[in-house]
Ligand binder design. Structure first.
Ligand SMILES: Cc1cc2nc3c(=O)[nH]c(=O)nc-3n(C[C@H](O)[C@H](O)[C@H](O)COP(=O)(O)OP(=O)(O)OC[C@H]3O[C@@H](n4cnc5c(N)ncnc54)[C@H](O)[C@@H]3O)c2cc1C
Length: 309
């Protein structure tokens, strides 16, 4: 990034929030990956939008992230600015049956707030380790629930029109692990969830049950990004991977979890290259074995000019 743009960035937010050569393994649940040229943690939604405006004006590449629970930065690093939501964009407000949360709020905290207020509809989300922004982008889902079922309004910064817009849930083009943010340069700033009144004890029971099912089935003791692949229509990724004989297979420190074959885990000291090579191996072997093309759910944060996502 140009020095003068870096200086301007430090005028928008506290200079301590702007770091260079940041190790992205510290900001991803995979605990692996390269460095970001610039890494900034805005302290408010206003700062976040001003930062995006600045980077657009100077044609600097950027990517917005939340909790880093569904991304991988290649070992070569990210040439540009990573804007990490979470510091000052985590406001959660309850108004009757609705909860409005900033993009940086943790989804688990929003689900806990719903429970505290006897609101049902977000129990499924309590164990998803992402931010509201990341969950909206990905239309995160689990155990039969999806973000699209609860989100009724989203506030976004449109990086093309350079303005803040509000969209209804149905405008968001939610689909399986996708939303309109995947096809248009929006930054999620906040979301509103509309829930229904429920029985606190039942809500708690459901949340506890789902947490137990996660602990039982998922390798939560190792760093990962959750399910590595999307569920191919008519199949289960984990079953295809297991049937291809890949359970427990490793590349360096990356391994196909022995507990849940749908998870690539960092068994210890995995590099992003190990993880990417294992992903390639899985895709090739599963295709060879069952002619199903697995697609990653994990977002590889490469640079656009390198032809990556
Ligand atoms: C142990 C484990 C279990 C998991 N279980 C589930 C599960 O049950 N269901 C499920 O759906 N997922 C699951 N995940 C994956 C992940 O938690 C979700 O996809 C989550 O919604 C990602 O949120 P995040 O804030 O971490 O997003 P990140 O990983 O930071 O980002 C994900 C994508 O969203 C973009 N993005 C993030 N915030 C913004 C924003 N404010 N504006 C614009 N773009 C943004 C990023 O650029 C990236 O493309 C799991 C992950 C782990 C590690």
């Amino acid at each position: 990034m140009r020095e003068d743009v870096l200086d301007k960035l430090k005028n928008i937010t506290d200079p301590a929030n702007v770091r260079t050569g940041e190790d992205m393994s510290e900001h991803t649940t995979f605990r692996a990956g390269g460095r970001a040229d610039v890494f900034v943690t805005p302290e408010s939604i206003e700062e976040a939008t001003e930062i995006v405006r600045l980077l657009l004006t100077h044609e600097e590449e950027y990517t917005v992230i939340g909790n880093g629970s569904n991304i991988l930065v290649p070992d070569e690093g990210y040439k540009g600015c990573i804007i990490c939501m979470g510091r000052g964009e985590d406001d959660i407000r309850v108004n009757g049956n609705t909860i409005k949360a900033g993009a940086g709020a943790m989804l688990s905290k929003v689900a806990k707030t719903a429970y505290d207020n006897s609101l049902t509809g977000l129990e499924f989300a309590s164990g998803i380790p992402g931010s509201v922004g990341g969950a909206v982008v990905m239309n995160a889902g689990a155990y039969g629930g999806e973000i699209k079922d609860a989100v009724t309004s989203v506030t976004l910064f449109d990086a093309e029109a350079k303005e803040i817009v509000t969209k209804t849930g149905s405008d968001m083009q939610f689909g399986y692990r996708t939303s309109i943010v995947k096809s248009h340069p929006y930054v999620v700033l906040a979301a509103e969830f509309t829930l229904t009144e429920g029985d606190r004890a039942v809500i708690k029971e459901t949340m506890d049950d789902l947490a137990a099912r996660r602990r039982d089935k998922q390798p939560l003791e190792y760093p990962s990004a959750g399910s590595t692949f999307k569920r191919p229509e008519g199949y289960f990724a984990a079953k295809l991977i297991e049937d291809a004989g890949l359970k427990g297979v490793s590349v360096g420190g990356a391994q196909v979890s022995e507990k849940h074959s749908g998870f690539v885990i960092n068994k210890g000291g995995a590099t992003a290259t190990d993880i990417l090579e294992l992903i390639r191996t899985i895709r090739d072997k599963v295709y060879e074995d069952s002619h199903v093309a697995l697609e990653t759910e994990v977002v590889i944060l490469g640079n656009k000019k390198d032809g990556q996502q």
